[in-house]
Design a protein around this ligand. Sequence first.
Ligand code: TMP
Length: 313
Amino acid sequence: SSCNFRHDNHQMEPCELSANTVIAHPRALTDKITLIRDAGPSKFQVIADFDATLTRYRVNGLRRQTSHGLLQQGNAYYDAKRQALYDHYHPLEISPVIPIDEKTKLMEEWWSKTHELLIEGGLTYDAIKKSVANSSIAFREGVTELFEFLEKKEIPVLIFSAGLADVIEEVLRQNLDRTFKNVKIVSNRMVFNDDGQLVSFKGNLIHVLNKNEHALDMAAPLHDRLGVDIGEEDEENVNMKERRNVLLMGDHLGDLRMSDGLDYETRISIGFLNDNIEKSLESYRESFDLVYLNDAPMWGALELVSRLFSTEA
Ligand code: TMP
């Protein structure tokens, strides 16, 4: 289809909706591809949202679970309390009429209360493992292949989520064939005691509306960002800021702000439009360089990065 990235002398045609791919400005995209390609893989990084971006939005026709949604504390009382918070705050999260500063306060409230309940309920790492094993969460097809390609080219992937880092890590562990040393998670990270019980969270709270604020620290080494000392392993983070070409992937317009902390040179953005397609397509196609509809797999992203950095010129 015309949705493939052909470099036919900048003659790319806009894509057909029926192909599940929308490219509003193919010429601009081709120009970005050329710039990023010329700068090479050492100047490139990938920043991806987790829920409904790397993972599927629907699994077997049912709404997929998020890193929060899948978590069962093994304590019905606390699970019900967290669900009640969800029922109260989620409508506020998606309300189009609440002013942003008011909504930010509400989201801080929600995240703090949820984290408190997880601590109070004595969440264990074991419960996380079981929850992930019992969950219906699933990666989009092609995520492993995408990570593998990027790993081979030594391109870092930053998974940036307002969910729970420890749950996301367990999802990666249980659902991908292998681990990837180029994949890093920036999300809310738990501290467990010697009995394997959750006692606190590290660093600053990351909720849906400060994913961008937090990104301001992106240029800092990971241990600074998280406010913890995680040893010398993260020397490489220092040169993350030198990787000024970015592929950003998200499922909300707000995800575009994940790269705010980076003084990027060229950014290609991919938006997964999972719901309300008629209502949101216009804004998505103008905001993202590429829009994938209907829970599309990752093959398009893989094709894009292989066009960027394939060995033959
Ligand atoms: P993100 O993964 O797109 O960064 O956002 C995290 C989602 O988690 C957000 O849409 C709201 C949701 N959430 C829950 O489902 N339960 C909770 O307890 C909290 C705090 C958030």
